[in-house]
Design a binder for this molecule. Structure first.
Ligand SMILES: [Zn+2]
Length: 239
């Protein structure tokens, strides 16, 4: 399987490297009993800027037959439609050129269809933008479906201004990384998500700190421009 975002080999639709950029934007848990004799089942749906995931009813046909309840995780841009099949909210998925498939997720007894639809639409825009950024920084051609903003934009430079060339002690701790704009957490995220988000924030700030250090080295003439670019590429591939 190939990562739908960066195209590298992956064990899931979104590889472990790309998942580090994930931010949960919407999450909901609920319980539902499908019939008199059925037992109460717990369901969960989460929408991030890269995936739709959770514990849902899943099947291969759009009539809701032969479904099973399972943990799911799909690349968000593979969501083709969120609709109501008259009974349950249904999410249609269709894989891209990397991984071809058709699948349907069902959310029995889900009460916030409108909110979920809006969350998916908003998150898809973010997923498209983030995918472009990751593909550009890994030197991939932009997705043909999305219009590329600036033609032939050079590798995105970190937005943070270069710190003033102070004493060239490379080991000096760089100033605290610029706060990454935290996504306006929709409904209060559960503790596990908070922990996951903290981990992501840590990764990002570590990355930014390292980039800043490289810049200081370059600004002080310790690294040539070419060396700086090479080191930066290495960093991008690690994170
Ligand atoms: Zn990836």
């Amino acid at each position: 399987m190939k990562c739908s975002v960066c195209g590298k080999d992956a064990s899931n639709e979104v590889c472990n490297n790309c998942i580090k950029m994930e931010k949960i934007l919407y999450q909901k848990e609920w319980s539902h009993k499908s019939g008199l004799l059925a037992r109460n089942e717990d369901y969960r749906v989460a929408v991030s800027n890269l995936r739709i995931s959770g514990r849902l009813s899943i099947g291969d046909n759009n009539k809701g037959l032969n479904t099973r309840i399972d943990n799911v995780s799909h690349y968000l841009l593979n969501v083709k439609e969120v609709s109501n099949n008259g009974k349950d909210l249904m999410i249609s998925l269709e894989g891209g050129p990397e991984n071809r498939y058709t699948r349907f997720l069902y959310l029995p007894g889900f009460a916030e269809g409108d909110q979920l639809i809006k969350a998916v639409m908003d998150a898809k825009e973010k997923a498209a933008a983030l995918t472009e950024r990751i593909r550009q920084s890994s030197g991939m051609a932009p997705a043909s479906s999305a219009p590329s903003p600036a033609p032939a934009a050079p590798a995105p430079k970190p937005a943070a201004p270069a710190p003033a060339p102070a004493a060239p002690t490379a080991a000096a701790p760089a100033p605290a990384a610029a706060p990454t704009p935290a996504a306006p957490a929709a409904p209060a995220p559960s503790t596990t998500d908070t922990i996951a988000l903290a981990g992501i924030a840590e990764d990002i700030s570590e990355f930014e700190t390292k980039i800043k250090k490289l810049k200081v080295l370059r600004d002080n003439g310790i690294l040539s421009d070419a060396e700086y670019e090479a080191e930066k590429k290495k960093l991008v591939s690690i994170f």
